[in-house]
Design a protein around this ligand. Sequence first.
Ligand code: NAD
Length: 509
Amino acid sequence: MNITEILTRLGIKETNSGTSTGNNWLETGGKNIVSYSPVNGQAIASVQVADEAAYESVMKKAEEAFVFWRTVPAPKRGEIVRQFGDALRAHKEDLGVLVSYEMGKSLQEGLGEVQEMIDICDFAVGLSRQLYGLTMHSERPNHRMYEQWHPMGIVGIISAFNFPVAVWSWNTALAWVCGNVCVWKPSSKTPLCAVACQHIIAKVLKDNDMPEGISSLLVGNAVGDKINNDKRIPLVSFTGSTRVGRIVSAAVATRFGRSILELGGNNAIIISKDADLEMSIIGAVFGAVGTAGQRCTSTRRLIIHEDIYEEFKNKLVKAYGQLRIGDPLDQHNHVGPLIDTAAVEQYTQAIAKGKKEGAEFVVEGGVLDSEAYTSGCYVKPCIAEVENHYEIVQEETFAPILYLIKYKTLDQAIALQNGVPQGLSSAIMTLNLREAEQFLSVAGSDCGIANVNIGTSGAEIGGAFGGEKETGGGRESGSDAWKAYMRRQTNTINYSNTLPLAQGIQFDL
Ligand code: NAD
């Protein structure tokens, strides 16, 4: 694998503009961000951040593009998204490697992320012919009442580092077929993935003679606040931490904009005494250490029945002993690096805080600092026995720290699972139908995602994705999540020769 050749094929140079309206890449007065690989600490390339003038140029083009794009029939917009999916198929290997190299997740997961992009394109193509509204019966004679869905305008997409390409595509593929144009502010920790994606879509748009501004890119931390407060952006789709989500949500609400919030998780698996323990081990270990614990859906807590607690704990400890930590591009390794040394610091602090609160570590953590781990970003996945109420257990630490909690009854297990501020993903491992149904019932899991005999991590694009409580309540991806990208209009047409008022109100002149 030659990373230089891969970067060239993706259109990435040593220094790149981070401001684009499509094929037009703007030189700005902004500073350069150097993107370092957490895999080996090497500088990959740099990206120039957008300044005030660049932001305004992008917004102007986006406004103009929307006036055109909204009139393109939805199935024709879908055809462009279909071609985008094909372009992603052609670039899957290269983009998958870049995701792995710049973000640090395993190559398999990098390729999987690009596959998710392809899948959402396929979904959106079909959707482009199914943006249905209802027809209602009017209470007045010779009146017809129905609803239709119109695009909203410019959709601002602010994304996190841990899914540096897929989250953008979940939003864009749907937003585009709905008739919106998109402005993307990616994480400054993974700007090259964003530059590569923008090159791919820009070529598709150019091949179809589309104007600039349908897909725009703005790299830079300061861009986030501009998007939050910009009245020209009726919808902001934000993916990131609860801390930042709170700021975004308040700012957008103040100007009566809409937001889709996809925030932090604190996901648990309940391991019943009626679980298939072998399946449960695989689900738990992959959920906890996959992407080095940096998924919003990572498994952070295992709530284990007391009868099998010791047996399951021993199996887990044994499984952790077999984990190989190292270069995520080497498919023999299970665990790659954290995103940067600041994340390593947070991991170390969380372990120290946990110990202070009484956490008993059955697999010790630690930072790996031998020659093989030059970037300083590799850490050991660890396991601690805790109480659910510990402060550290109530928080999301974006690292591979797994907490074990014991339970007696299923009611108690569900209360523990729900007893955190976040509400993204949850699961129960059980072969007992009554337990499974209770977990999924109205008195069961309070999360946006609740699984049976599957871990918490990973989701298919066909379902609506998102969570409750401090996870923000947003939904993206499949099902009817598209409705969040459109405005609903109710239309009543009177084809009689009188003007009857609703509710039988009389108004005689
Ligand atoms: P983060 O909150 O630090 O950053 C997310 C994005 O917000 C980045 O692009 C960042 O530059 C931007 N940002 C920072 N300050 C801003 C501001 N004031 N206004 C607007 N934007 C601002 O998150 P992160 O460290 O990149 O990602 C990890 C977090 O994301 C975790 O909490 C994880 O659970 C969450 N996440 C959630 C989902 C989900 O679907 N629920 C998916 C992926 C990640």
